[in-house]
Design a protein around this ligand. Structure first.
Ligand code: ATP
Ligand code: MG
Length: 359
């Protein structure tokens, strides 16, 4: 028998319900490793987050990038606290990692789990099975801009969106490849190139160029406003979707809600070149309204952990975990956001039982 692969994971639970769902995910993945016996995994706790910020004046340690490069991947919870402005916490932690590590592809699968009710009623909504690809390194969240004339009546701020050929081309290629691997081979490119006449016209141009290398992928273009309508009224017409940092940030929350709850939505922040370790996290934030109540849905983080295992080279284990999640949802063991009356612990225990049963 060959030696099982060993993975070293940085665990960064950070704030709010992030702490609750990451510890649940570690429990589940450790169980999966034990039951399957095909890989071993070691989580190292990294204490970055708002508490760390209050003690050290910064969200992450100075050697943040070197620290993360010592691991195969990171599993992240969520950042943000009621007493720190959101832009401080977000830039302090998550955006301090995504950009410098060039985790330029943010991938968010969206589908309806058995037993959960999509927000959209009817047969079509049940067929939601999308792969959202978000450009994760530039665009509207490039952080370029500034404020002048502070506190004057003419106070002015600029927020400059940066679009580069290199940045667009690599995410476009990633999206076409992702679409090509899926059965329907269908890609929708989202822009707003009627109003944004520079950066998003470049998106359109590069989409057309890259498409030539993928003759078997059927693709179309949508303006982001019209796209919100299409997602609600004709969800079945969509499969893989690619767009800018801001547009996909918004569309992926819409997608998650349509499919049932943001509490099940996973995301991967990938460096497709594999030079740097990728980071996996639930789409949701720290949700302080439910922190400490024990009712946070851990499925988004479990699913993110499954995406992590798949990325690390354990697709069998990932599939196993997803099947366990589906079975637990189908059995009606869900948290209140999905209409159930179970708890984080209740769902976690049920997933662990499923894992034991499956093998
Ligand atoms: P951020 O500002 O980082 O987006 P947030 O704290 O504003 O985060 P979200 O996490 O985006 O809030 O979530 C919005 C609402 O959805 C929360 O207030 C919460 O009630 C609900 N929610 C989010 N995640 C979960 C979850 N895992 N389980 C149950 N409910 C959730
Ligand atoms: Mg939010």
């Amino acid at each position: 028998m060959s030696t099982p692969h060993h993975y070293r994971i940085a665990s960064i639970p950070a704030d709010g319900i992030g702490i609750e769902v990451v510890s649940a995910a570690i429990e589940v993945v450790e169980k999966l490793s034990k039951v399957l016996g095909v890989f071993t995994i070691e989580f190292t706790h990294i204490p970055w987050g708002t508490e760390y910020y209050k003690q050290n004046g910064r969200y992450v340690s100075a050697d943040v990038l070197d620290t993360l490069r010592g691991y195969d991947a990171s599993l992240f919870g969520s950042v943000g606290a009621p007493d720190v402005p959101d832009h401080i916490s977000l830039w302090g932690l998550l955006l301090a990692i995504r950009g410098p590590l060039q985790l330029y592809a943010n991938v968010r699968p969206v589908r309806v789990f058995p037993g959960t009710t999509p927000y959209l009623r009817g047969a079509e909504a049940k067929d939601i099975d999308w792969l959202l690809v978000r450009e994760n390194s530039e665009g509207e969240y490039a952080g370029h801009g500034g404020t002048s004339h502070i506190d004057q009546p003419w106070e002015t701020a600029t927020e400059v969106a940066i679009f580069t050929r290199v940045g667009i081309e690599r995410i476009m290629r990633f999206a076409f490849e992702a679409a090509q691997r899926r059965p329907r081979k269908l890609l929708t490119v989202v822009t707003k190139s009627n109003s944004m006449r520079n950066g998003l016209v470049l998106w359109d141009k590069i989409a057309a160029e890259v498409s030539k290398d993928f003759p078997d992928v059927k693709w179309d273009k949508m303006l982001v406003d019209a796209m919100t309508i299409r997602m609600v009224t004709n969800p079945k017409s969509l499969d893989t979707i690619v767009g800018t940092n801001l547009h996909m940030d918004i569309l992926s929350d819409l997608a998650a809600a349509l499919a049932g709850s943001i509490g099940i939505a996973p995301s991967s922040n990938l460096d497709p070149t594999r030079k740097n370790p990728s980071l996996f996290e639930p789409v949701h934030g720290s949700a302080f309204d439910i922190t400490g109540k024990g009712i946070a849905n851990p499925i988004a983080t479990f699913w993110s952990a499954a995406e992590m295992l798949d990325w690390l080279g354990e697709p069998g284990a990932a599939k196993y975990l997803i099947t366990a999640l589906e079975n637990v949802c189908a059995a009606g063991i869900t948290t209140p956001d999905l209409g159930g009356n179970s708890t984080t612990k209740g769902v976690t225990d049920a997933v662990i039982k499923e894992i034991e049963k499956l093998h």
